[in-house]
Ligand binder design. Structure first.
Ligand SMILES: C[S@@+](CC[C@H](N)C(=O)[O-])C[C@H]1O[C@@H](n2cnc3c(N)ncnc32)[C@H](O)[C@@H]1O
Length: 138
């Protein structure tokens, strides 16, 4: 790195914030200088605030910011609402994802049922491990 590049890097760090100013940073990853439309979406924002509010007690006041995941699931659900069949989420926990999907898409209006599953305890140990022999083929 020559002295000009060093200077540029220093200026960039000062202007952008150290190390970088992210457009979205949560849930173990971040993006910068990207168009993240859900951040400016009033309906999405209202749905997220409402979801956080009802989850506060369970999460001891610190609801994980999984908006990116919610956005991806809502995008997928919007496309899938046009298909036959219903919806199911496996491993729903407090329902952050499913409630965000229901609040921000037309899944309910499309007449879809949304089945929510959670063992809250993992699989029972007596269940057989999948093997070539016991996996049913179509
Ligand atoms: C990280 S949470 C996911 C929560 C939810 N999908 C969300 O993003 O808001 C994972 C959940 O999966 C459940 N889980 C883990 N193993 C499972 C299993 N074998 N069967 C059913 N649920 C399971 C756990 O009880 C937990 O509530």
């Amino acid at each position: 790195m020559n002295s000009y590049q060093k200077l540029l890097s220093t200026v960039r760090r000062i202007v952008a914030g150290a190390p970088y100013r992210f457009t979205y940073a949560a849930d173990g990853f971040g993006v910068r200088k990207k168009f993240v439309p859900f951040l400016g979406d009033a309906q999405f924002d209202a749905a997220w605030r409402e979801t956080v509010e009802v989850n506060l007690e369970h999460w001891n006041g610190d609801v994980p910011d999984i908006r990116w995941r919610c956005h991806v699931c809502a995008w997928a659900a919007t496309s899938c609402a046009k298909l036959e069949g219903d919806f199911a989420e496996f491993g729903v926990n407090t329902g952050i994802l499913s409630s965000m999907v229901l609040k921000t898409t037309n899944v309910a209006e499309a007449g879809k049922k949304f089945f929510l599953f959670d063992s809250f305890a993992g699989f029972r140990k007596i269940w057989p491990r999948p093997t070539k022999k016991n996996i049913r083929r179509r």
